[in-house]
Every structure is written in structure tokens, then in C-alpha cells.
Design a protein around this ligand. Structure first.
Ligand code: DON
Length: 581
């Protein structure tokens, strides 16, 4: 039996060799958007326009990223925010790279067991709904820090478009309206949220209607005039603290006063000659993408072929090993000692490869216990300017519309990022995953993230800007976009649109998007011992936003390329857009 299997696999390899060592497997994608001077790719077309206007007006990529961040807080309220947090990876034209961590922190009054009942059991939804789920927001401080350190434009200019959308309203498209409809029940439970996102009769808005957010406009205007103090040391913070105290939360004035942004050294690794720069802890993203890439570097993926059983096997096994490390070992660097250099070591990747059985599925139960968790709505955008400065931002409220609460008078949707912590080691969260002690709750600690804003360069020049939402799948979505370009020869649009696989150690199964693998491939893998998602899991296939420099694909770059920048917004984001100038 084993011999037969071996035979079948090598026949398959031979087939892949003959057919097409670099042929793109996913051809039916929209053409990438071309531009000469700058490119902005976001999940909401109005925010993309804002970014392009800032670039055209002489702003750099960081200016555009700040303006887009504020704009998305208005026109993409499911994930865009000033009540949440995120990460910004920056690569400047001189090659300098840096990383801003403006993710939420646990309130000072947070405790390790705050989501457990008297018996020590996790209270369902306590870390997801309402004020107890809210981490101290970081977006405003993050955008201001980025602007002050790396931007060129005055604050008011970058906030003006967001204020305009909030004050005068913006017209909803079908995809915008759909996000409100899918969260209507939850939003209806909070009076202030319902007042903004539902009509007075409780119905949801439809495409073609306008959404106005006057209270949010007032908060944004305050920030525009007075800076971060207008958020952290003034009415918005006071209103959030008051509502939190009245409704079971633990946020205090000091949480807002003490919030600060961390500027960190990004994680760096090299994959087949490409320099990858991505998110360091408190994200697991960059480290785990690099760990998986290091393992995969030992396999001739382009010859094994996109979607072949051998490629899927190699990817899944690399993911399995890397996600164990993610779930057990990583946490906020101010609180735990992250074994980053070990996880990034090519020798460690080789050890993992040696443990991978080429003919049989690995078994997650045989690897160390403890897993991860995450949730549903985040957004990523990618920007590059005329000088070659590149910025990748992923920021989030965590769940769709965050904790589903708005402090009266503020118009600010608040995050439920506290759910990214380990509520109790070993207990799976909403998404069936569990984490360990390294990510336990503590005052002022940041929960472990998967967000992976990533910038890749080659020979000292920017090559690719990429990232995605998708909870724990952010890592594999970003990884697969990279493999699709570098190993499988896809253009940037094919790379972000191609159907995906995902494995995260536990549950021990391969998650597949519809039509990802042929029945034959699934049969081959099943015979090796793999099992597949039955479709019962949450549909968290995030919307990647990518830019490629110098050509629409590697082959195109090899021929001298056409335009300078190529952008693609994942078609999974119905109202997203890549635009340039
Ligand atoms: O930081 C994280 O990893 C999560 N809070 C991200 C959540 C997310 O991507 C949801 N989006 N689909």
C-alpha cells in the first residue's frame, strides 16, 4: 500500500514537471491596476481615493496611510476604526524599515481570570461583547506617531477627508450595506451604536442611502485641531470611561492617559533571495510567516506546482509546526521572552523538515499542546509612493464592529481585542483554538495578534507590499500571496484572489476555500491521512491587499515590466479598490 502511494505521488510530480513549472494556476482574476507614481489598495474605494489624493498632493506613503486610516474609520466601520488598534510596517526610500505597534493594551484593572466565573469556567462572550471586552484603543496615537515621525503633512490635511465623510455622509454601496445587515442584531443591543448604524425604525440602511456620523465628525475635528490629547485626555476618553463603568467594563481615565505607541524593529527573514519585513511580537504574524517560509524553502515548490498534493502537504506540515510555536510560545515582548531568533533560524526549519514524513500526514496530537484563537473583522491596506516609500497597515476592532458598543456622544465603535488574550489556557475560544500562558491577561499587556503587514524587497528595492485580515488565517493568507508570486508565478491580482488552504495545528484539518483543490488532489491527500474542513468553520477568508513593483508578475518583471506599480484588491472585498496615479 505504502509503495503504491509513493508511486502515485512521484507520478504526480512528474506530471507537474512536464506541464508547467511556473504556470499560474488561477488565471481568471481581474487585471492588476497599473500606475507610475503611487498605488493605494484598501478594502473601501472611498478610502482608496483619499490615499491617492494625498499622494497626488505631495504627501508621502505614510501621510496617505494616516489619511486612509482615519477615512476607513468612517467609511468602513466594521473594521476601520479609532476605537481599536493595529500595526504599521514602514519601508522608507533609503531602505530603512520600522514598525509601529499601536495595538490595544489591557486596562490597568484587567486580571488573568477576568473572563472566568466563580467555578473557573470561561463566561461565554464576556471577552467579545460589551465593555469588558474593550482594550485601550491605540489607533489615534498610532496615526499621529506615524505622521509626526515619518509623515510630511499637517494633521488637519490628513483628517479632513474623514471629517467630511462623517459630517456630510457617504453613499453606501451594496457591500457596505451588507456589513450592517450582518451585524444588525448585535448593533441593535447598544443604543448609541443602533442610533448610528440602524435607521430610527431599527431597519438597516440599503445601498444608495447615506450614512452620517456627526458625533464621530466632532471627535475627529477635535483630534484635527488639538492632536491626540483631544482623544486620550478629553471628552472621548471621559465618555468611554463613563459608559464602561456604567456597563460592566473596567476602563479608567489612567488607561487612556498612559497609552503609548511602541516603535519596534520589524521581523526580517530571507526567502529565496527576497527580503521579508513583517510584524514582530506582539504579533505572531511576521515570525510565523518567516518560520513557514524557512521550512518551505527546502522544497522546490514551483516544480511541485500550485495546488498539487505535494505542495499542499509541504505547506500544511510547515503550518502545523509553526502554529504550535505561535500558540504556545509568543506574547507581548514587554511581558514574555519570545524565542524569536530560534523560530527564525534556518537550522530550526531544517529540523522541522526532517521531522516531516513525505508520505504520511503529520498528527497534531503528537506535537506540543496548546493552540490559538481569533476572530472576524480587520482590514489591511497597502500603499507605495513616487519616491518608493512603502507602508503596510493592518488594523482592527477584532470582531466585526468590535465589542458592538459606542460610548454615547462619541460615535466611536469600541474594539473587543481582549478576546485575543488567553482567557484560560487550554480552553478553545469562539474559533475552536486555545492559547497558552505567554498570552495570559495582565494590566497594560497587549494581546498576541496574527496581523502581518509585510513589505518585501529584492536587491535593496521594494518588491511587494502585502497583508490581510482573517484572524488566525491572516498568517497563511499573507504567506500564500507571497508564495503565489514568488513560487507559482502569479500576477499580483491572481496571487491575492487565488483560492486558499489553511492549517493551524488544531483543529487537525485542512481548511479549504471552495474549488481550491481538485477531487483527485483531495483523494491523494486523504489517502495520506489528511482530513478536511467540512465547511462548518467560520468563513474567515480575509481580503488581501497587494502591490507589486516593476511588473505585474515575476515573469513580467523579468521581461522589463510595463508600468512601475501594480496593485490588486482581493475580490473578496466587494467595495475595495486598488488605484494609482
Ligand atoms: O490581531 C489579530 O490577530 C486579530 N484581532 C485579527 C482579527 C481579524 O483579522 C478579523 N478579521 N477578519
Amino acid at each position: 500500500m505504502a509503495r503504491l502511494r509513493i508511486k502515485a505521488i512521484s507520478l504526480f510530480t512528474a506530471f507537474a514537471f512536464v506541464v508547467s513549472p511556473l504556470a499560474p494556476a488561477f488565471a481568471a482574476s481581474p487585471a492588476p491596476v497599473e500606475a507610475e507614481h503611487g498605488m493605494v489598495v484598501t478594502a473601501q474605494h472611498l478610502a482608496t481615493d483619499v490615499g491617492v489624493e494625498i499622494l497626488k498632493g505631495g504627501g508621502n506613503a505614510v501621510d496617505a496611510a494616516v489619511a486612509v486610516g482615519y477615512a476607513l474609520a468612517v467609511v468602513y466601520p466594521t473594521a476601520g476604526n479609532i476605537g481599536g488598534g493595529g500595526f504599521m510596517t514602514i519601508r522608507l526610500k533609503d531602505g530603512k524599515t520600522t514598525f509601529l505597534d499601536f495595538r490595544e493594551r489591557a486596562p490597568l484593572a484587567a486580571t488573568k481570570t477576568m473572563y472566568l466565573d466563580a467555578k473557573g469556567d470561561v463566561v461565554p462572550s464576556a471577552s467579545l461583547d460589551g465593555y469588558l471586552a474593550v482594550g485601550v484603543p491605540g489607533s489615534v496615537m498610532g496615526f499621529e506617531t506615524a505622521r509626526e515621525r515619518y509623515g510630511t503633512k499637517p494633521r488637519a490635511e490628513l483628517l479632513a477627508p474623514a471629517i467630511r465623510f462623517a459630517k456630510d455622509g457617504f453613499t453606501l454601496e451594496q457591500g457596505d450595506a451588507a456589513t450592517f445587515a450582518s451585524s444588525a442584531k448585535r448593533l441593535a443591543k447598544d443604543e448609541a451604536a443602533a442610533k448610528i448604524f440602524l435607521k430610527p425604525d431599527g431597519k438597516t440602511y440599503s445601498a444608495g442611502e447615506k450614512l452620517l456620523q456627526p458625533e464621530l465628525a466632532a471627535v475627529l475635528s477635535g483630534i484635527s485641531e488639538k492632536g491626540t490629547d483631544a482623544f486620550y485626555k478629553a471628552a472621548p476618553a471621559e465618555a468611554i470611561v463613563k459608559a464602561s463603568q456604567a456597563k460592566g467594563g473596567v476602563l479608567a481615565k489612567e488607561d487612556f492617559e498612559q497609552y503609548s505607541v511602541r516603535e519596534l524593529k520589524p521581523v526580517e527573514c530571507n526567502y529565496r533571495g527576497y527580503d521579508i519585513v513583517s510584524s514582530p511580537p506582539p504579533s505572531s504574524g511576521g515570525v510565523i510567516i518567516c518560520e513557514i517560509l524557512n521550512v518551505l524553502e527546502g522544497y522546490p515548490l514551483s516544480y511541485m506546482g500550485y495546488g498539487s498534493s505535494e505542495t499542499v502537504r509541504a505547506m500544511v506540515e510547515a503550518m502545523r509546526y509553526a502554529y504550535v510555536d505561535r500558540n504556545a510560545a509568543l506574547g507581548d515582548p514587554d511581558f514574555v521572552d519570545n524565542p524569536v531568533s530560534k523560530l527564525l533560524d534556518k537550522g530550526y526549519a531544517k529540523e522541522i523538515r526532517e521531522k516531516i514524513d513525505p508520505y504520511k500526514a503529520g498528527k497534531s496530537v503528537n506535537l506540543k499542546p496548546l493552540g490559538a484563537k481569533e476572530s472576524v473583522e480587520t482590514t489591511h491596506y497597502s500603499i507605495i509612493d513616487d519616491e518608493g516609500n512603502a507602508v503596510a497597515v493592518t488594523y482592527t476592532l477584532n470582531g466585526s464592529f468590535g465589542a458592538g458598543v459606542v460610548a454615547p456622544g462619541t460615535g466611536i465603535l469600541l474594539n473587543n481585542e481582549m478576546d485575543d488574550f488567553t482567557s484560560k489556557p487550554g480552553v478553545p475560544n469562539l474559533y475552536g483554538l486555545v492559547q497558552g500562558e505567554a498570552n495570559a491577561i495582565a494590566p497594560k499587556k497587549t494581546p498576541l495578534s496574527s496581523m502581518s503587514p509585510t513589505i518585501i524587497s529584492r536587491d535593496g528595492k521594494p518588491f511587494m507590499v502585502i497583508g490581510s485580515p482573517g484572524g488566525s488565517r491572516i498568517i497563511t493568507i499573507t504567506l500564500e500571496a507571497i508564495l503565489n508570486v514568488i513560487d507559482f508565478g502569479m500576477d499580483i491580482s491572481q496571487a491575492v484572489n487565488a483560492p486558499r488552504i489553511h492549517h493551524q495545528w488544531q483543529p487537525d484539518r485542512i481548511y479549504l476555500e471552495p474549488y481550491t483543490l481538485s477531487p483527485d488532489t483531495i483523494k491523494t491527500l486523504a489517502a495520506m491521512g489528511y482530513s478536511f474542513d467540512d465547511g462548518s468553520g467560520p468563513p474567515q477568508w480575509g481580503q488581501a491587499a497587494g502591490i507589486l513593483v516593476g511588473g505585474k508578475s515575476l515573469a513580467d518583471i523579468g521581461k522589463g515590466g510595463g508600468a512601475r506599480y501594480y496593485g490588486a484588491m482581493d475580490s473578496r472585498a466587494t467595495e475595495g479598490a486598488a488605484k494609482g496615479y
